[in-house]
Design a protein around this ligand. Structure first.
Ligand SMILES: [Zn+2]
Length: 314
């Protein structure tokens, strides 16, 4: 992300609230060098079952709401309630949007476009901006970071009020909803709404790591998961604040801010395709697909991965 993910994660949390240490705590009953999790959670939902369940939910999540002329809500908006707080609603003065329980109405399209060239912009994205530009999964494609075209960071736009309403409106509230996920030898805090997806990533990767041990160093000594903080040089909260993002091994990552001053920003990546595929299959986006590349960063954003949520350009 255009977020200083790596550096702040290694610095002490600057939040004045001392709180418990958000960093991973060693799993007392696990030998870090032992084989991965010997007792998998029996309640774990199989990925295929999960996908089917989501597909069913998707067809229902617009609640059958129609505009006065009988129009259906945009696909992207209709699928947001599958994973986020809020109810799809049509308002005569604002058009389509999401009604949050706290009385806030989030417009689908305010007509204002957030400046894509300014990663520190304080402009507030609307719900439509979440899907623009579209996130594309599949083969890792090197990004030409030197061209003069628009800076495209699919998934960079977060509507903060939506995330606060979904995951917790303040640090302590998010903290109350953190689960623990065993990730290659250690347990890490992760939001309970996203923890199952992260466990499924581990389930996908474990057999691959056994077959190809070269994958393991990317998944060990990871940069971190939950930490209540804003994006560097911004007032906006990071995906890590909501407990939905994980940074893999920083030493094996590349990050756009590590470009030396005066040097052109050149996209680089070492994270293997198999790891990216496993995360994307479970609803995570990858910071390696951003022009402001951040190859250690994976973030639970299922609305950007699900084909049912694809929405036409404005
Ligand atoms: Zn990150």
């Amino acid at each position: 992300m255009p977020e200083a993910e790596a550096v702040p994660d290694r610095e002490p949390d600057r939040d004045p609230d001392p709180g418990p240490d958000p960093d991973a705590d060693p799993d007392p009953d696990a030998d870090p060098d032992a084989d991965p999790d010997p007792d998998p959670d029996p309640n774990q939902t199989h990925p295929v079952i999960l996908t089917v369940a989501l597909a069913t939910l998707l067809t229902q999540s617009d609640g059958g709401v129609r505009s006065p002329d009988g129009g259906r809500p945009p696909a992207g908006l209709a699928c947001l309630p599958t994973w986020y707080a809020g109810t799809v609603k049509w308002k005569a003065d604002a058009g389509w949007g999401l009604d949050l329980e706290n009385g806030v109405f989030l417009s689908w399209d305010t007509g204002v476009t957030v400046d894509p060239d300014d990663p520190e912009s304080e402009e507030v994205p609307d719900l439509h901006d979440i899907f623009d530009p579209p996130y594309v999964t599949g083969k890792i494609v090197p990004i030409d970071t030197t061209d003069a075209g628009p800076i495209e960071d699919p998934g960079r736009a977060r509507v903060e009020q939506l995330f606060l309403a979904t995951y917790g409106s303040k640090r302590s509230e998010v903290q109350e909803h953190l689960g623990k996920v065993r990730f290659f030898g250690l347990r890490y805090p992760f939001h309970e709404r996203a923890a199952e997806a992260l466990r499924n990533v581990v389930t996908r990767l474990e057999p691959q790591v056994k077959e190809n041990p070269k994958l393991l160093p990317f998944l060990k000594d990871i940069g971190g998961t939950w930490i209540w903080r804003t994006i560097k040089r911004s007032k906006r909260l990071s995906g890590h604040a909501f407990g939905i993002a994980i940074d893999l091994n920083v030493e094996r990552s590349n990050y756009w801010r590590w470009t030396y001053r005066g040097q052109p920003m050149i996209w680089k990546n070492k994270v293997p395709q198999e790891i990216v595929d496993a995360f994307e299959a479970e609803g995570f986006i990858w910071g390696g697909r951003w022009k402001h590349f951040d190859t250690m960063h994976f973030e639970y954003r299922p609305e950007l991965i699900s084909p049912a949520c694809r929405t036409p350009a404005r």
